[in-house]
Design a protein around this ligand. Structure first.
Ligand code: SAM
Ligand code: DTB
Ligand code: SF4
Length: 368
């Protein structure tokens, strides 16, 4: 019988998060062993298929057009380029390719068709294909499923309350709606969040309540430590301590026992020993490759050396779910239902961002 619970409360989760570390680790590692092979870690490679110039105001994101970061934007990549990168990722031990686009939401048209072709192409390479393209309608999720998509990543990012302190151009409910749209298809759900954005521990617990009460729970959950990028509103946030990451991973493992918990952004700041503790606490997935989307990530050779040293083995593709079928565009029975998505645009003022705007204006004035 499955012991997955969908009724976790914030108080219960806080109690777990704050346990003496040795007890927390023991409990998380015990649960990890019941549901997963503790020596196997799933390895994903991120590919930024469309970088920068994004319309949104996500306070953590170097790809938002409104923040002055050093990100060089580019148009949607060619399918042949992505295929070459995917083959390289496979050769280096990755079982999954995750393609990210700096979009608010997917729009039907030639660019989406090009992404669908990328999905078909990579699925044929016998690799798990994941996309993170912003908000999607049920129809769009269905088209991705037909192309052979294995997973769709759409993070809750934080608690519903703290989310409002970070993003004003779309709502938490849009996130839940997108996850729901993906859930109606055979595509697995990948959803997690970021710690280190100035949120409280209550917010971290709140995010885990939101993730654990999804039914079914996500098949994978990335836990990102904020990469504080110069020019973004969150540039001054202090780095997440390794102890916080270990506690967050362990708590996630306990409340999402069957989920693959991914040690995501922020690994360049972590020692090998710190990462090993996260694996012991229940992390069983990483992003590999020297770049995440726009920021650095540990070198894949270093990761593989660590795996060897501590006896970890990269997970084979399609270990947890079967490979989806790819239906060619010409054979698709897809019917456009003419969905008109009603995504929100709350547009409330975020104090931190307002202060940053004033500061940036003053700096520009002084520079003139
Ligand atoms: N544009 C799409 C969206 O927002 O859904 C997909 C790409 S977006 C970059 C995917 C996720 O990356 C975000 O939801 C966030 O969790 C994570 N992310 C972005 N910038 C980050 C940063 N500086 N540090 C940690 N995680 C970050
Ligand atoms: C996720 O949770 N983390 C990844 C992936 N999903 C798309 C992205 C991390 C991005 C870190 C900042 C950057 O490199 O731009
Ligand atoms: Fe755009 Fe996604 Fe970055 Fe938000 S997180 S600014 S939607 S690329």
């Amino acid at each position: 019988m499955s012991n997955v619970r969908h009724n976790w409360t914030k108080e219960e989760i806080l109690k777990i998060y704050n346990k003496p570390l040795m007890e927390l680790l023991y409990e998380a590692a015990t649960i990890h062993r019941i549901h997963h092979d503790p020596n196997t870690v799933q390895v994903s490679t991120l590919l930024s298929i469309k970088t920068g110039g994004c319309s949104e105001d996500c306070g953590y994101c170097p790809q938002a057009a409104r923040y002055h970061t050093n990100v060089e934007g580019n148009d949607l990549m060619k399918v042949s380029h992505i295929k070459a990168q995917a083959l390289r990722a496979k050769a280096s031990g990755s079982s999954r390719v995750c393609m990210g686009a700096a979009w608010r939401n997917v729009k039907d048209g030639p660019e989406f068709d090009q992404v669908l072709e990328m999905v078909r192409t990579i699925n044929k390479l016998e690799m798990e294909v994941c996309c993170t393209l912003g908000m999607v309608t049920e129809n769009q999720a269905q088209r991705l499923a037909e192309a052979g998509l294995y997973a769709y990543n759409h993070n809750l990012d934080s608690s519903e309350e703290y989310y409002k302190e970070v993003i004003s151009t779309r709502g938490f409910e849009d996130r839940l709606q997108t996850i729901d749209n993906v859930r109606k298809t055979n595509v697995t759900v990948c959803s997690g969040g970021i710690i280190g954005m100035g949120e409280s521990i209550e917010d971290r617990a709140g995010m885990l309540v939101a993730l654990s009460t999804l039914n079914p729970q996500p098949e994978s959950t990335p836990i990102n430590a904020l990469v504080a990028v110069e020019g973004t509103p969150l540039e001054d946030e202090k780095p997440v301590e390794i102890w916080e990451m270990i506690r967050m991973v362990a708590t996630t493992r306990i409340v999402l026992p069957e989920t693959q918990v991914r040690l995501s952004a922020g690994r360049t700041q972590m020692s090998n020993e710190g990462q090993a503790m996260c694996f012991f606490a229940g992390a069983n997935s990483i992003f590999a490759g020297d770049k995440l989307l726009t920021t650095p990530n540990p070198d894949v050779n270093e990761d593989m050396k660590l795996f060897e040293k501590i006896g970890l083995i990269p997970q084979k593709p399609f270990t947890k779910n079967v490979q989806p079928l790819t239906i060619e565009a010409k054979d698709s029975k897809f019917v456009d239902l003419g969905e008109k998505p009603k995504w929100t645009r709350p547009q409330h003022k975020i104090q931190r961002n307002e202060q940053k705007k004033i500061k940036a204006k003053e700096t520009r004035k002084q520079e003139k």
